[in-house]
Write a protein that binds this ligand. Structure first.
Ligand code: ADP
Ligand code: MG
Length: 400
């Protein structure tokens, strides 16, 4: 059917035509942020889940809702290999400028910008236009060169600036698992201190499953400060809405048997639902979309997922990492017993310490329980079998 009217939106962070099944989570965060704005106690939320379940989309939606309520928001994505100060400085600068906008007098936001300028100087980061604010800062605030102490100051002055304007400021950080543990600990401490001082500042974040453990290890009280919310595949009712409603909104329809087939192949994972919805629409010649159209879309859907969703992760792997993941895929869907993977490769588990560590750091695998290993990408086992069909024998590399 007409590709111009195809409603589906596969892609990292692409806003779906129907954000299905997440109402309770959205409402919970809206309530918490409103309470924090009014100086009341509330736990902020950390979204935890595999790739492609819709964490980024949820963060964006929460941010839009908060902005609509007049809360100041600061969006950030933690990239691999960049430091937290580098990430925070431009984001906090933008937020403080927004808070200060239209205020002629010496505001707490100006003081915040001053503290930020001193912080930048202490950590030898690049100044940009912040240098002009240096005079607003106070000596000894956020400029000691100790990350934990300085972040405490910085988050505190920023929170105070928001309070002065009778609002809250919320840091929205995606891919938080990439922030190194020491910096994560400093950030949690700073947010905790701000909470004790009843500053209306908090963080809503998202990350892969390993993030929960990383945060607990960084600071044991992280679990009291934040509500860790698992984001998983959609249940049948929500997955059905995610497919049916966008099609109906285009004055078309889809047969129930076709929907059942889509739910089966996608298992309700949001990214897969979008891709299958898109490909079924393209495969169909007319309304309604039938089960036969779903069958005809099969190869195109798998190919599109391989090329976009799976391949980008595969391409970043070294030969020994691929070898290890391919061995996992041999054992089925997982989670896997880590010893069984090593046995399958005819080596001792200790031989795989380094390769496992780098796969965890790259966000490819995580440890769901003691002695266990799982993929962070749903259905990655089947992809690995497609990508390296001959299996281990044909491509056994020297293990590093
Ligand atoms: N609740 C939902 N209902 C339908 N589609 C969704 C939903 N959440 C996310 N999606 C779709 O799933 C895909 C992945 O979303 P994204 O937020 O990038 O996932 P993650 O950040 O967890 O990897 C996008 O194409 C998005 O449109
Ligand atoms: Mg994401």
């Amino acid at each position: 059917m007409d590709p111009r009217r195809n409603p589906f939106a596969p892609g990292a962070g692409s806003r779906p035509p129907e954000l299905a099944g997440r109402e309770v989570i959205l409402e919970g965060v809206a309530v918490a942020l409103d309470r924090i704005r009014h100086g009341r106690h509330a736990q902020s939320t950390i979204l935890i889940g595999l790739r492609g379940v819709g964490k980024t989309v949820l963060l964006n939606e929460m941010r839009r809702a908060a902005e609509g309520e007049g809360i100041f928001t600061v969006p950030m994505e933690a990239p691999e290999g960049q430091s937290l100060p580098n990430l925070l400085v431009p984001a906090l600068r933008t937020a403080l400028l927004k808070i200060d906008r239209g205020q002629a007098a010496m505001t707490l936001a100006k003081r915040g910008l001053g503290a930020l300028a001193r912080f930048v100087k202490a950590f030898k980061l690049s100044y940009g236009e912040l240098e002009a604010s240096l005079d607003f800062g106070e000596i000894g605030v956020a400029d000691n060169g100790n990350l934990e102490a300085d972040l405490i100051d910085l988050i505190d002055v920023t929170g105070a600036a928001a309070a002065e304007r009778k609002t809250a400021i919320v840091l929205f950080i995606d891919e938080l698992q990439y922030v190194p543990e020491r910096e994560l600990a400093a950030l949690i401490t700073a947010l905790h201190r701000a909470r004790q001082n009843e500053r209306p500042i908090t963080m809503v974040a998202a990350g892969l499953p390993q993030l929960a453990g990383q945060m607990g290890k960084a600071k044991s009280y992280a679990e009291r400060l934040f509500l860790f919310t698992s984001i998983g595949p959609l249940d049948n009712a929500a997955a059905t809405s995610a497919i049916v409603h966008p099609i109906e909104a285009e004055a078309c329809s889809i047969e129930p048997e076709a929907v059942i087939k889509i739910l089966e192949v996608t298992r309700g994972y949001p990214y897969f639902l979008q891709e299958w919805g898109k490909q079924c629409w393209e495969a169909a010649e007319r309304c309604p979309i039938t089960a036969n159209d779903v069958d005809r879309a099969y190869l195109a859907a798998i190919a599109a997922l391989d090329d976009s969703f799976f391949r980008v992760r595969f391409d970043r792997l070294t030969p020994s990492e691929r070898h290890y993941l391919r061995a996992m895929a041999d054992l089925g869907e997982g989670p896997y017993n880590s010893t069984a993977i090593a046995e399958h490769l005819a080596r001792k588990p200790s031989a795989f310490g380094p390769v496992r560590a780098s796969l965890i750091a790259k966000g490819m695998i995580f440890t769901p329980g003691y002695g266990q290993t799982a993929f962070t990408v749903p259905l990655f086992d089947a992809f690995m079998r497609r990508a390296i069909p001959a299996g281990l024998v044909a491509q056994r590399p020297k293990l590093t």
